[in-house]
Design a protein around this ligand. Structure first.
Ligand SMILES: [Zn+2]
Length: 235
């Protein structure tokens, strides 16, 4: 593992450490994931940097999750919670990998939507559709960055289509691709075939069993009893 500079270092390996990097190191070593810090503590640690609040906010563009009282009602107004670490910005090159939301061009955005069939990958709503909950709100698609833990243990931020509603509801989501792949490998051949069919169609068709259940549950009691009898009868 590479050596980590101290948050108090102003240079490391001949490189100048900026406020953002030092703020990241401070969160990692002094606060620790899951813990709360206040703006006063932050300013006390970095008395020379008037922009230190902004440096911490900028870390979000590198996948760092830092909640405020707006994200987490359990926090007081002056408190923030360091939820999860993002890119290790103190490693040369790591800080450059993040792409700011606004830096996406219309063409890049459209490419992400196209790859996702113009569906919110979180709730499945299409573009400009109603949510089917009786509300008048129509969906608006955005592009979100999803933290993907790769099978080799590295982390990537990949772009995904997400509707505005899903984007405001949840915090950062993370997916463990390695775990997912081992679950796929453990599937029985029939399960794998069914899954492959859904993936090909990009939707889940109801199985004959589910269709049967769907009809069965709507039947009157007498009719249900007949069907139930047929199922439990052994030939
Ligand atoms: Zn959605």
């Amino acid at each position: 593992m590479a050596m980590m500079p101290s948050w108090q270092d102003k240079t490391f390996g001949g490189r100048k450490l900026g406020g953002k990097i030092r703020a990241a190191l401070w969160l990692e070593t002094e606060v620790g994931e899951g813990n709360i810090f206040t703006k006063a503590q932050l300013r006390q640690a970095f008395p020379g940097d008037a922009q230190i609040d902004r440096r911490v906010r900028d870390l979000r563009d590198h996948g760092w999750r830092i909640d405020t009282s707006r994200d987490d009602p359990a926090l007081k107004q002056e408190e923030q919670r360091y939820v999860t670490k993002g890119a290790e910005v103190w490693i040369p090159g790591q800080a450059k990998t993040a792409k700011h939301k606004n830096s996406l061009t219309d063409a890049q955005r459209r490419k992400v939507w196209q790859d996702d069939n113009f569906l919110c990958r979180t709730c499945g709503v299409g573009v400009g559709e109603s949510y089917g909950d009786g509300g008048i709100e129509l969906s608006k698609l955005n592009v979100a960055r999803r933290e993907v833990l790769m099978a080799d243990g590295s982390t990537e931020f990949q772009l995904v289509t997400e509707c505005k509603r899903c984007g405001t509801r949840a915090g950062e989501r993370q997916v463990d691709l390695g775990e997912l792949l081992s679950t796929v490998k453990a599937l029985a051949p029939l399960e794998r075939k069914v899954l492959a069919g859904w993936m090909e169609a990009d939707r889940r068709a109801l199985s004959p069993l589910e269709k049967l259940w769907g009809v069965y549950r709507t039947l009157p009691a007498d009719a249900r009893a007949v069907v139930k009898q047929a199922v439990t009868d052994e030939d």
